[in-house]
Design a protein around this ligand. Structure first.
Ligand SMILES: [Zn+2]
Length: 496
């Protein structure tokens, strides 16, 4: 079965047919953070879903080119900077940095590009697109000097959200500050400068001002990925008006279908309720790290529910995640021990398995023994579950079934070294999607970190003797330091 996804646009499960599979990678655009505060775990649920999407496509042999934008100018960022009394760029920089830190902690694969809305290159593109929309009668400048999209003129407006425009007209109440728009649903493409904006402004043919949030994404997506992109993701709360507006803007300018597959991640609830600071159930990543959870455990907790189902995040769920990971860790440890034991198979066959040599890309691993003879082979099942609209819950179900069966075989001394090696190989393959292995999360003890810092200074001063002494001291504490082009790397000695 081919890979298939539920497309919000058609409301149907559709097979993935990349436009030009041979020549080009799959182009994915994902709405990134608005950097006015630290992202919360609900945001990261969506980013982990997108991470899973990319990794699974890559496991299946696709090349992926993914762009995630950074919204660093909008009402909230401007308000935040004003309240903090610092320039917008300085205000947003701290949250950008925090976003990347958190992403790394959660092992989220970096997008290929992270365009920022305030980059002049994209501001120019936004202005160009707005100009094109005006010339096509799809946008107008109102008395307040702002430019609005004329939604009545775009016949498909409302299609993504399955939203009836006439209903909006009949029931929509016009707010007094929107008096100069032609239609209540018309959204701002260019917001005319006002005093509240301070020095945040760019020149445009319509006077000084700043872009609306929606046009930022249309401009960055089409500038970096072309007029037509394969997959566009976001949270369900992005569907309307944000993604609806992106379609109207992009297609209004290019005349081409903007996105083939729209994928949206459901909400995250905490203790069954919407997260909010006033309810005390609002979590950022550092909040959870302070409670003693690791990035890996949080990654698992945010990943384990199918992306279209609401995820109810609880601390009990965190404990379950911790236990699930411990089961994986113990299983891997056992497999490694069996794989290293005396080898009943011809050495060459095992070596072949270890090196990942296979006659087919995805063979069933060598089950042995009666306990598992009739077991379902989860090798394909894991990947087929993910093919099916990224059904991670089913995929993890197969993983734990495998763990149960192989553990039983090991209990009965019925799993030979070659089989254990093959299972470890299988894990290595699926872990390119899950990224849940423990080793990567070694915590460097402070005294080792301190020595490493001193060594870095010594090397900067070209004090090689001191650098070597420090290496020995680090080594005496059980750690190994390597010098790479990205600086020093610490590994625990004897760790795989
Ligand atoms: Zn967006």
């Amino acid at each position: 079965m081919p890979i298939r996804f539920f497309n919000t646009y058609s409301r149907e499960v559709e097979e993935l047919e990349p436009r030009d599979p041979a020549a080009r990678p799959i182009r994915i655009y994902t709405c990134g953070p608005t950097v006015y505060s630290r992202a919360h775990i609900g945001n990261f649920r969506a980013y982990i879903f997108e991470d899973l999407l990319q990794r699974h496509l890559e496991l299946r042999g696709y090349k992926v080119h993914r762009v995630m934008n950074i919204t660093d100018v909008d009402d909230k960022t401007i308000r935040g900077a004003r309240e903090a009394g610092i320039p917008l760029g300085k205000f947003t920089a701290q949250f950008k940095e925090a976003f990347f830190e958190d992403g790394q902690m959660l092992r989220i694969k970096r997008a290929d590009e992270f365009p920022a809305a305030t980059d002049q290159r994209y501001i120019d593109r936004m202005i160009e697109m707005i100009g094109a929309l005006i010339s096509r009668g799809l946008a107008y400048q109102a008395d307040d000097k702002s430019v609005y999209y004329r939604i009545n003129r775009f016949p498909n407006y409302g299609k993504l959200a399955h939203f009836d425009l006439t209903q909006l007209q009949s029931t929509g109440r016009v707010k007094h500050d929107e008096y100069d728009k032609e239609h209540i649903g018309d959204f701002a493409l260019w917001k005319a400068w006002d005093e509240e904006d301070g020095d945040v402004k760019w020149d445009s043919p319509w006077g000084p001002g700043r872009p609306g949030w929606h046009i930022e994404c249309s401009a960055m997506a089409t500038a970096l990925l072309g007029d037509q992109i394969d997959i566009h993701c976001g949270g369900v709360d992005n569907i309307f008006p944000h993604h609806e507006a992106e379609i109207a803007q992009s297609e209004g300018v290019t005349g081409k279908k903007f996105v083939r597959y729209w994928l949206h991640c459901a909400h995250l609830l905490v203790d069954g309720q919407k997260m909010s600071k006033s309810l005390g159930n609002f979590y950022t990543l550092p909040n959870l790290l302070e409670k003693g959870y690791t990035g890996r455990e949080i990654r698992y907790a945010l990943m384990r529910v199918h992306y279209r189902a609401p995820l109810n995040f609880t601390l009990e769920g965190m404990e379950e995640s911790r236990q699930s990971l411990a089961r994986i860790d113990e299983w891997l440890q056992r497999l490694r021990e069996v794989a290293e034991k005396e080898n009943l198979q011809p050495a060459s066959a095992v070596d072949g398995l270890r090196r990942g040599e296979r006659s087919t890309p995805n063979p069933p691993p060598p089950w042995t023994g009666s306990a598992v003879a009739n077991a379902q082979r989860p090798t394909q099942k894991f990947e087929e579950a993910l093919d099916d609209d990224l059904n991670i819950s089913a995929a993890l179900g197969f993983l734990f079934e495998t763990i149960r069966e192989t553990n039983r075989a090991m209990d009965e001394n019925d799993l030979d070294a070659a089989s254990a090696g093959a299972w470890l190989d299988w894990w290595k393959r699926i872990n390119t999607v899950l990224d849940l292995e423990m080793e990567a999360e070694i915590v460097v003890p402070p005294e080792v970190a301190q020595l490493a810092k001193e060594r870095e200074n010594a090397r900067r001063e070209k004090n090689w003797k001191r650098s070597d002494e420090l290496r020995d001291e680090i080594s005496a504490l059980g750690w190994e330091v390597r010098d790479t082009k990205d600086g020093q790397k610490l590994t625990r000695r004897g760790a795989a």
